[in-house]
Ligand binder design. Structure first.
Ligand code: ADP
Ligand code: ADP
Length: 239
């Protein structure tokens, strides 16, 4: 059984444009797949349907054997702990420190009480610190996120996703705001996470070259439709 199965998925935000058209898409555990396509193709919407950040219109998304669209609020929250999300603009809380942002990924409810760091146990803090070390930013742990470079902030975003120990990570244009050097660092980390931890990664990219370098499978989206899907070397024959 695939980890993720999207069946006949349709989505529009308003009745005017159909953003996703009858998407059929399935991803096995451990895959590193890139979704490519021009801006407005629906890549971001597809990822948001998978964890139901936006409501599915018609069709189904099955994750880990569960029908995402059919989950009640509580079950959806539990299901989402298995799906990490990484964003183009990092989506960190700027006034919080790096380590607080990471802890927020797993123990968010504690951070809403105020006082923040004191509320976490030493074990929880150690786990966050270990992840920061793995991503090479442990030295920044007690800095506010808004003092970090874009590449460093994205590494915090990755730690925040990893602290939940997800089965799947959805990355929505993770390098679109970064310079080539930082982009390489981020893509290398994502690849490493996938290989070492066996976490399935779906990475939205608009740079075909990067997708070819990192993904073993590339799926192309154009105007809401999957226009190709295959092993990434196949793509180079078309170009
Ligand atoms: P991509 O990630 O490939 O750039 P998106 O999924 O962001 O594509 O957008 C696909 C289409 O859906 C675009 O036409 C965009 O304007 C539209 N869209 C995205 N989000 C919304 C929204 N919240 N409300 C209305 N339209 C949206
Ligand atoms: P990104 O590609 O990084 O998601 P966008 O500029 O496409 O950034 O979208 C930024 C935000 O605006 C998203 O929350 C998206 O859902 C929303 N959005 C995009 N297009 C539209 C639209 N046509 N109408 C309303 N909201 C939109």
């Amino acid at each position: 059984m695939p980890l993720l199965e999207v069946k006949e998925l349709n989505k529009s935000y308003n009745s005017e444009i159909q953003v996703l058209k009858n998407i059929e898409f399935s991803v096995g555990a451990g895959e590193f797949i890139s979704i490519i396509g021009p801006s407005g193709a629906g890549k971001s919407t597809l990822l948001r349907c998978i964890n139901r950040m936006v409501e599915i219109e018609t069709g189904c998304v099955f994750f880990d054997g569960k029908d995402v669209g059919a989950q009640n609020k509580k079950d959806l929250r539990r299901l989402r702990t298995n799906i990490g999300m990484i964003f183009q603009h990092y989506n960190l809380v700027p006034r919080l420190t790096v380590i607080e942002n990471v802890l927020h990924g797993r123990f968010g409810y504690k951070s809403t009480i105020g006082g923040v760091l004191g509320l976490f146990t030493e074990e929880e803090k150690q786990r966050a610190f270990d992840l920061l070390e793995k991503l090479g930013i442990a030295e920044q742990a007690y800095k506010r996120c808004d003092q970090l470079s874009g590449g460093q902030q994205q590494r915090v975003g990755i730690c925040r996703a990893l602290i939940q120990e997800p089965k799947l990570i959805l990355c929505d244009e993770p390098i679109a705001s970064l310079d080539p050097n930082s982009s390489k660092i981020i893509m290398d980390h994502l690849k490493q996470i996938s290989t070492e931890l066996g976490i399935t990664c779906i990475v939205n990219l608009h740079q075909v070259e990067v997708a070819k370098d990192y993904a073993h499978r590339i799926s192309g989206l154009k105007q809401g439709e999957v226009v190709f899907d295959g092993a990434s070397p196949l793509l180079s024959q078309d170009k």
